[in-house]
Design a protein around this ligand. Structure first.
Ligand code: SPD
Length: 365
């Protein structure tokens, strides 16, 4: 009787473990940037695959990296920018992709794959999801009221000249909260290499920010979308598609607030966000299914149509709405692309220096 009881207990424990494993296979944990997917993408995938998705968002590479480096992030799919992907690969965070499980991989844009292979040789660990530029979102009417009809909306002078920033202070300026993106913008404006390791040049960028700091309302990497859309701020240094989302939201709300985006004539930063699977992912099969779903042209085109970032899927381009595909702020023409600089993967001591400066800039001291 006792033996029978033990056997029964063992069998039911085994059953519980098997059921739990099966349940885990039916749940996929995805960690993506905020405002970076179409409203129905996840529901469509869940319907098609029978897998339930737990979808979380972040708005900075630093937040994602902290989770990944701590280990056991709990995520099966993550979306780092390629410069962060590069150092996370070195830290052993990702598994190599088995491309035989990605029948839709062929849809990717081969020039983009080549471009991002500087961070991930042979594209072993990830593929490009979306990309974009880091430019200036603004409210044309409010900027004109503050600076006149000749306001330099197509130049970094708009935010880096202290006299301009001071005049815009009343209507509100926001900056991305990201040393790895904002410091290169100032370095570029000052004529230095954006990946400089020279402490004096980094100090000059810091000094530039400190001069305009009193005019900056806040540093945040996603809040500016709603603030631009509802007229709470008039200028935001931000990600291209996010500014277009602000413009779309303002239009939906009755078009009383106007929003525009400019890639400054001096040039601007560009980024490539990559889809990858952490080494300790629990639902690897589900992750491949999700990746392959994302690689469908119609799925990627719908995401671009919703978030206004260009995607990495060549087969999706003809399916993107014509007004988005032909908008030079979303898909910059070759001569503008030539002025975009990639955000570099800086060594740890330089990153510490940039972060130290950034903390000082934000505190304003
Ligand atoms: N709301 C989505 C923003 C995506 C921006 N990715 C940023 C890349 C930073 N290098």
């Amino acid at each position: 009787m006792k033996i029978f009881g033990k056997t029964l207990l063992a069998l039911s424990l085994m059953g519980a473990v098997a059921a739990a494993a099966q349940a885990d296979d039916k749940v996929l944990h995805v960690y993506n940037w905020s405002d970076y997917i179409a409203p129905d993408t996840i529901a469509q995938f869940e319907k098609e695959s029978g897998i339930k998705v737990v979808y979380d968002v972040f708005d900075s590479n630093e937040t994602l990296e902290a989770k990944l480096l701590a280990g056991k992030s709990g995520y099966d799919i993550v979306v780092p920018s390629n410069n962060f992907l590069a150092k996370q690969i070195k830290a052993g965070v990702y598994q190599e992709l088995d491309k035989s499980k990605l029948s839709n991989y062929k849809n990717l844009n081969t020039s983009l794959l080549k471009a991002v292979s500087v961070s991930d040789p042979d594209n072993k660990h990830g593929f490009p999801y979306m990309w974009g530029s880091i430019g200036i979102g603004y409210n044309p009417e409010k900027v004109k009221a503050a600076l006149g009809a000749d306001a330099p909306v197509n130049s970094w002078d708009l935010v880096f000249k202290p006299e301009n920033a001071a005049k815009l202070k009343a209507c509100g300026i926001s900056f991305l909260d990201s040393p790895t993106e904002m410091m290169p913008a100032a370095l570029h404006y000052l004529g230095y290499k954006t990946d400089t390791q020279d402490k004096k040049e980094i100090a000059a960028a810091e000094a530039l920010f400190l001069k305009v700091r009193p005019s900056v309302a806040y540093f945040h990497s996603s809040k500016y979308i709603s603030d631009l859309a509802n007229g709470n701020i008039c200028v935001a240094v931000g990600y291209s598609g996010d500014v277009y989302q602000a413009k779309a939201r303002a239009a939906e709300a009755g078009d009383k607030v106007k929003v525009a985006y400019s890639i400054p004539k001096e040039g601007a930063g560009s980024f490539y966000d990559m889809v990858a699977i952490p080494k300790d992912a629990e639902n690897v099969e589900g992750a491949y299914k999700f990746m392959n779903f994302l690689l469908k042209p119609e799925v990627m085109a719908a995401i671009t149509n919703s978030v206004h970032f260009p995607n990495g899927n060549a087969a999706a381009t003809p399916l993107v709405d014509e007004d988005i595909r032909n908008d030079p702020g979303v898909y910059p023409p070759a001569e503008v692309q030539a002025k975009l600089y990639a955000i570099a993967d800086q060594p740890a001591p330089v990153l510490r220096e940039l972060t130290r400066s950034w903390t000082k800039i934000k505190s304003g001291k």
